[in-house]
Design a protein around this ligand. Structure first.
Ligand code: GDP
Ligand code: IMO
Ligand code: MG
Length: 423
């Protein structure tokens, strides 16, 4: 396995959690490098469902070191709740390591996330409301509070009081909100810091040593390519870098350390939150996909918007992430749909284009060019060999491979780790 990166190729929720869990069986170290508890990764293992947000999916394997690297933003309260939840399910958490550099999500980030969304009126981004954007804003502005500060009470106190004073001005004077009480936050959050202190270390050293000594390292992606701050559907994106380059700056490793990059896609497309979505289905097929595929958000429970597979997006993902293969999940959700459409290009101002546009103003002008493929009726959830899939299901997968010029190495036919076909 060496060092393998795993990234979402669409707008998130592609089933990364399931694939990470499968690959984590062979991994010595699993690393989360960006994002925060906006992520929701579902792992179904031996009949138990785990919803992981911040903790790397490798935590379910004894002996696997799990790293929350420096590029992640951590809500300590949410992390402790997640730790309590998995501990209750019998999972040991002593192999968790959190970098000293992670930025801490504090109550003013949560408040500012809600207030700024409200102030955008109908143009809100539809964030997860977890304070992610405001925390990364502070990081870029160089006014953030990092884990190192957080576990040193005197440093934390000084920085926190200073920040709350500044944030209260914005909360009250810009947004007309209620000010926060720094003393109350200090009291509550120093208790969290005490509980998290034992996990804190310089994880960039841990990851480097693991790679150097030949241990198998799995880089666990969160969000997806189109939610990337730079290359996604800006401004309807998250505030970090879910593309594979994000692992380098987030975990502190050089690009030459990554041996393989696996993209995860659904056999169709979904998106939560707002923003353009060319192949969105506003009809009974979209509704069927949502119902059969249980397309409701792991973090917020919001209904996910559903549409046909878009290979313009997948080609972008192959290019931006340097994908070496693709895992295609949820093929089972498409069973019973008579005809399947696949978007192979866009038509813009009467001209055909094969590339995803840089700006959403241009994307809004793009009409999908579809190819229609015949569907299949059979239940495929128990199939475990590619040859045993219905002919049309195989043709669907092979057509995608050809369109995106990338090998499909794995096909998902159900949420359980055993419902995977390897090729
Ligand atoms: P992630 O954020 O990329 O980890 O994905 P989520 O966990 O948010 O959403 C994916 C959903 O699809 C979860 O409920 C998974 O259990 C489920 N899932 C993953 N792979 C498959 C599959 O091949 N078939 C079906 N039916 N469900 C799947
Ligand atoms: P996983 O790892 C799907 C979306 C939000 C919103 C936008 C910005 O489970 O695939 P944020 O709270 O990050 O500022 O919201 O990004 N978003 C996700 N959508 N899956 C995710 O993670 C997401 N993380 C953020 O819905 O549109
Ligand atoms: Mg998710």
């Amino acid at each position: 396995m060496a060092t393998t990166a795993l990234v979402g190729t669409q707008w998130g929720d592609e089933g990364k959690g399931k694939i990470i869990d499968i690959l984590a069986a062979k991994a010595d170290v699993v690393v989360r490098a960006q994002g925060g508890n906006n992520a929701g990764h579902t792992v179904v293992s031996n009949g138990v469902t785990y919803k992981l947000r911040l903790i790397p999916s490798g935590i379910l394997y004894a002996g696997c070191d799990c790293v929350i690297a420096g590029g992640v933003v951590v809500d300590p309260k949410a992390l402790l709740a997640e730790l309590a939840d998995i501990t209750e399910k019998g999972v040991k958490t002593d192999r968790l390591h959190i970098d000293e550099r992670v930025h801490i999500i504090l109550p003013y980030h949560l408040k500012l996330d809600a207030l700024s969304e409200k102030a955008r009126g109908g143009k809100d981004i539809g964030t997860t409301g977890r304070g992610i954007g405001p925390c990364y804003t502070d990081r870029a502005e160089r006014s953030g509070i990092r884990m190192y500060d957080f576990i040193h009470p005197e440093i934390f106190k000084e920085k926190l009081f200073d920040r709350v004073k500044a944030k209260n001005k914005i909360i009250t004077q810009v947004y007309g909100g209620e000010p926060l009480d720094a003393s109350a936050i200090y009291e509550e959050y120093t208790a969290y810091a005490k509980k998290l202190e034992k996990y804190v270390t310089d994880t960039s050293v841990l990851v480097y040593d693991a790679i150097k000594s030949g241990r198998n390292v799995l880089l666990e992606g969160a969000q997806g390519t189109l939610l990337d701050l730079g290359f996604g559907t800006y401004p309807y994106v998250t505030s970090s870098h879910p593309i594979s380059g994000g692992f380098c700056v987030g975990a502190g490793i050089g690009p030459t350390a990554i041996d393989e990059c696996i993209g995860i896609a659904k056999a169709y497309t979904t998106r939560v939150g707002k923003g353009p979505f060319p192949t969105e289905l506003d009809d009974e097929i979209g509704e069927k996909i949502r119902t059969v595929g249980a397309e409701f958000g792991t973090v917020t429970g919001r209904a996910r918007r559903c549409g046909w597979l878009d290979t313009v997006i997948l080609r972008l993902a192959v290019r931006l992430n340097g994908l070496t293969s693709l895992a295609l999940n949820k093929l089972d959700t498409l069973s019973g749909i008579e005809e399947l459409k696949v978007c192979i290009a866009y038509e813009k101002d009467g001209k055909r284009t094969d590339h995803f546009p840089a700006d959403i103003e241009e994307l809004a002008k793009c009409k999908p060019v579809y190819v229609t493929l015949p569907g299949w009726k059979e239940d495929i959830t128990k199939v475990n060999k590619f040859e045993d899939l219905p002919l049309n299901a195989r043709k669907y997968v092979e057509y995608i491979e050809k369109q995106i010029n990338c090998r499909v190495s794995m096909v998902g036919v159900g949420p359980d780790r055993t419902q995977s076909i390897y090729r």
